[in-house]
Design a protein around this ligand. Structure first.
Ligand code: NAP
Length: 280
């Protein structure tokens, strides 16, 4: 039997509607949540992501401001702007769109954002809080994956979860969130071999590696929940995830599409983080 599709677009739309109502209530009490987005360089994908984030803010009543720079912006200029935004009481969230141009130490700029305004959840104070089991502002993509799993009513406690990818923005924080929900978690990466020995054991399999269609049907345990974080642009211009959707959906119990799965959830979680930062 074909897998149930985890429709991130529709779950995210419900979350956005709820954020909109909560923002309206906050505005009534005299506070309008504000997000500042910093974009440097000319990466077309980054521009598209930023446009979607700013539009989502507008739709939900979060005030957004976009700070755009060319690829030749200096690190000093970015640090100065972050300092200014940290001090601005009308700005509750500061988001730095990655990647930054290569000559900039992205980590230094990210860590300069006040932890209280770090709506991406990348500051070591927020990652540390997550590690300690007291999450504050949680990275948006992993938070979105957990909400999708929760929404589908998929049992996590006691299940085997396998996360493919160990980045600080997706794989590692997601593994911690799954662990917090009492899954038994394995993290795989480019040196894991053979990958299928781990993936075949997974009740919950999350792919966050950036390799188109790497997860094939024979790598998946029948009935598993398969979450595809990957966004890969193919030579013909279409998008593909890290999972071979067409084949894997015949084996899995649940599966996310790309696009329309994790992507919209990431933006919905960003809006929730803005609201959280504005009410903290
Ligand atoms: P990243 O920083 O490049 O990390 C990729 C991870 O995958 C690394 O840990 C790498 O291992 C591992 N990896 C690469 N090839 C592998 C292989 N053949 N087998 C097993 N592991 C492998 O990427 P990221 O930022 O986490 O993003 C991952 C994907 O998710 C990308 O496609 C990105 O575009 C997408 N993404 C989507 C959203 C969304 O909202 N949907 C948000 C963020 C990212 P090593 O550590 O050993 O190098």
């Amino acid at each position: 039997m074909a897998a149930q599709i985890l429709d991130g677009k529709s779950v995210a739309a419900n979350i956005r509607a709820s954020v909109k109502m909560r923002v309206a209530a906050l505005v009534q009490s005299g506070v309008r949540p504000g997000l500042a987005v910093i974009l440097a360089g000319n990466d077309p994908a980054s521009r598209l992501y930023v446009r979607n984030k700013v539009r989502a803010c507008e739709e939900t009543g979060v005030r957004s401001q976009l700070h755009e720079y060319g690829a030749d912006v200096s690190e000093q200029a970015l640090l100065a702007l972050v300092g200014k935004l940290n001090a601005d009481r009308t700005v509750h969230g500061v988001l730095i769109q990655l990647p930054l141009p290569a000559h900039i130490d992205a980590e230094r700029v990210l860590q300069a954002v006040s932890a209280a305004k770090d709506v991406d959840g990348f500051h070591t104070a927020n990652l540390g809080a997550l590690l300690a089991g007291r999450p504050r502002l949680v990275p948006c993509t992993p938070a979105g994956v957990m909400r999708l799993i929760e929404h589908a009513g998929i049992e996590v406690a006691g299940r085997r979860a396998v996360v493919l990818g160990r980045s600080n923005i997706v794989g590692k924080p997601l593994a911690l969130l799954l662990l917090q929900r009492n899954a038994t978690v394995t993290i795989c990466h480019s040196k894991t071999a053979p990958l299928e020995a781990f993936t075949r054991e997974a009740d919950i399999l999350v792919a966050a590696i950036g390799q188109p269609k790497l997860v094939r049907a024979e790598m998946v345990k029948p009935g598993a929940c398969v979450i595809d974080v990957g966004i890969n642009r193919l030579a013909d211009g279409t998008l593909a995830g890290d999972v071979d959707f067409g084949a894997v959906k015949e084996v899995a119990g649940w599966i996310t599409p790309v696009p329309g799965g994790v992507g919209p959830m990431t933006i919905a979680m960003l809006l929730e983080n803005c609201l959280r930062a504005a009410t903290a």
